[in-house]
Design a protein around this ligand. Structure first.
Ligand code: 6PG
Length: 256
């Protein structure tokens, strides 16, 4: 079922998490091919957590892996935990196992966040600088990703933007090291809202009955201050890919 309202985010509700992964992988290929055809490359920030893994695995397999412009794909991470790449909770580690190690993306076009850094602030500045170089940003200019993938926690956090975090008010920095007391691994790194909202496409992947209550709040309450509700691309497309369990409390008529 597709719900598309004037100016409202697009919401695609799939039968289950497998169908969600298929729909998400197809949508990613479409954006990637369009971007590579339009401006010679595809820039994407991958999401962490557990939900995107099945999507990444779909992308790594035929027929979709043969349709992706891997040589012209530049991969970044929307956020990372304060751990090294081999740690079981590493977002880079998950994405590498499920996708990056299986497809022909030039290694120089994969930008890992040094989650293990002793000086998180310096690592965040280093990552922001690298992003600025790849996007050839002028001073104060934001990178415009072709696609930013996001998940959402049961508390409404997205990336490593947690409820009540001062980083939600960030207007200058594109990327930040943050301390998320509520998270299992408090040391985090994340793109800020200005970068997320500057993207051409933002795609949320959300599955499971445990997400239904917060999803109703995020999509149903126009003035919600939950981080996921603050994702509103200024000149881009916002797509919510949900499974039926996560969408259980949504009333299409109330969807904003
Ligand atoms: C992270 C993620 C985070 C994630 C949500 C949902 O590093 O933890 O970027 O924002 O998307 O916590 O996680 P699940 O997909 O595991 O439910």
């Amino acid at each position: 079922m597709i719900v598309d309202m004037d100016g409202a985010p697009e919401i695609i509700i799939t039968e289950d998490s497998t169908a969600l992964a298929e729909a998400a992988a197809l949508a990613i290929v479409k954006v990637a091919v369009e971007a590579a055809d339009a401006h010679g490359r595809f820039t994407v920030a991958l999401a962490g957590g557990s939900t995107p893994r099945a999507t990444y695995e779909q992308l790594a397999r035929p027929p979709l892996c043969d349709r992706m412009p891997w040589e012209r794909t530049w991969v970044f991470f929307g956020d990372e935990r304060g751990v090294g790449p081999d740690h079981p909770d590493s977002n880079y580690g998950m994405a590498s196992q499920a996708l990056l190690a299986k497809v022909p993306i030039p290694a120089a076009q994969i930008a890992r966040i040094r989650g293990e850094a002793d000086d998180p602030e310096a690592a965040a500045i280093e990552y922001a600088r690298h992003v600025g170089e790849v996007f050839q940003c002028k001073r104060g200019e934001l990178p415009r990703f072709d696609l930013i993938l996001l998940g959402m926690g049961v508390d409404g956090h997205t990336g490593s933007l947690f409820p009540g975090s001062p980083v939600l008010k960030e207007v200058f920095r594109s990327f930040a090291a943050v301390h998320a007391a509520a998270a299992s691994i408090p040391q985090r790194f994340t793109f800020t809202l200005p970068v997320i909202n500057a993207a051409a496409h933002v795609m949320f992947l959300v599955a499971g009955p445990e997400k239904a209550k917060v999803l109703k709040a995020v999509l149903g309450e126009p003035n919600s201050t939950l981080p996921a509700a603050m994702v509103r691309p200024t000149n881009g497309r916002l797509l919510w890919l949900l499974d039926r369990a996560a969408a259980a409390l949504l009333n299409p008529a109330k969807a904003r």
